[in-house]
Design a protein. Structure first.
Length: 417
């Protein structure tokens, strides 16, 4: 406030005397009053107050008053009235804050100054000193909250813009894991994203060609092998010994069966069946009922309707394979279907000898046979579980094996919705 008084004083001193009245009238405000009078409106006080002494020194220096010029400064306590506080410029607030912190000037005081002009008249000031405005005022809090909300909204928008390509890549990778013939990724966006999408699509195309080439190769091998097998079958008819002829025919039948299953395994990964929503509990129940009608020891715990989007023929092949294995190698099959908002679970338990722990993962590999618990006379070639796992993984699920504590093997199929 003293700085403002000094600035106004400079203006009035430099103004011609005939214009000062108009300048003073224009400067007057409810909280900042200026007047020119023949005599001082203040009574000088003894300079025993440190605040007054500092203020006088400050004003005399800022205004440039000679030492012989009369200067009177007074401080008065004023009633609490904050109605005028909003009228002050931020610079005035800063000066008031500095004076308050440096010299202990309390809020709600009135500063009055009077000094002689060069023409002998007195220039008088009477101004109110506003109270200190706390930093955490409602206005500052609302401003901070508004700024924080704006920053958060902008940050969310920027992060979403940056993560959309990553989300698209993740979705494309999941689609590729379920269907190698899925639609290619759109090559749009920034240059780096376009390059990544192009590389992803090239990888998908190479995978498709690799699977197609493998299937064609196996088909060609199968076709070439069938010719010598047919010739050997014809020649076996010329063998006179009935026992030797029968063994040769059984060996040829087993070779032909292995070729057929190998082709089926390769074709399963290259073909894509149209998917639709089916009642998975009804599908599993119908398979169990058919086996039970055929005299097999199969029990199915009925459950409520469970809709699931899948390849019906492929899923039926998975369940049939697993249930038939449980009946064939585990004497019986106990089947349950459960579901929640995230997954559908099909569980098949038997009461057989189970599988050695070190072979639980190996039996899922193509052509691997666990001879300790599987009879070679059944004709299996070690592809049944591999085909089932391939179909389950094409649906984004998992096929898991576990030996039960009470005996027997537990096969769990976990399918995400």
């Amino acid at each position: 406030m003293a700085q403002r008084i000094a600035s106004v004083s400079h203006v009035i001193i430099e103004t011609p005397s005939e214009w000062r009245g108009r300048i003073v009238a224009a400067l007057n405000e409810p909280t900042f009053r200026v007047s020119i009078s023949p005599e001082s409106t203040l009574v000088d006080q003894p300079e025993d107050d440190e605040q007054l002494t500092l203020l006088k020194q400050f004003l005399r220096f800022k205004i440039g008053l000679p030492t012989d010029t009369s200067l009177t400064v007074q401080l008065f306590e004023t009633p609490h009235d904050g109605g005028f506080l909003g009228q002050f410029h931020p610079n005035q607030w800063m000066h008031m804050q500095m004076m308050s912190e440096m010299h202990g000037i309390s809020a709600h005081q009135s500063l009055r100054v009077s000094f002689t002009l060069p023409d002998g008249k007195w220039l008088n000031f009477s101004t109110d000193i506003p109270e200190n405005n706390p930093f955490w005022s409602p206005t500052s809090i609302m401003s901070l909250i508004s700024m924080a909300v704006a920053v958060i909204v902008l940050s969310i928008w920027v992060v979403r813009r940056l993560t959309v390509p990553l989300r698209s890549f993740a979705q494309a990778a999941r689609r590729l894991g379920k269907d190698v013939k899925a639609e290619p990724l759109a090559e749009t966006g920034p240059l780096e994203v376009q390059e990544a999408a192009k590389a992803f699509n090239e990888m998908q195309d190479r995978l498709q060609r690799m699977i197609e080439n493998r299937t064609q190769m196996l088909a060609a091998i199968s076709h070439d092998l069938r010719t010598p097998i047919t010739l050997m079958r014809l020649r076996s008819e010329l063998v006179e010994d009935e026992t030797d002829r029968q063994k040769m025919l059984e060996t040829l039948d087993e070779m032909e069966h292995m070729i057929s299953l190998t082709l089926e395994f390769a074709r399963q990964e290259s073909e894509t069946e149209e998917r639709r929503k089916v009642d998975i509990s009804a599908l599993v129940g119908s398979i169990c009922n058919d086996l039970e009608d055929a005299g097999k020891d199969v029990s199915f715990e009925d459950c409520e309707k469970t809709l699931f989007e899948c390849a019906p023929v492929g899923m039926k092949r998975v369940v049939s394979n697993l249930v038939e294995n449980a009946v064939k190698y585990g004497e019986a099959a106990y089947v349950t279907v459960t579901s929640d908002d995230n997954d559908v679970e099909i569980k098949i338990c038997d009461k057989g000898p189970g599988i050695p722990e070190d072979q639980l993962t190996k039996v899922l590999q193509p052509f691997y046979r666990c001879e300790a618990s599987r009879n070679r006379d059944t004709g299996g070639v070690g592809l049944g579980l591999s085909i089932a796992q391939s179909i389950v993984e094409a649906h984004g699920g998992q096929l898991m094996l576990r030996n039960r504590d009470e005996g027997g093997l537990e096969v769990k199929v976990l399918l995400p919705r």
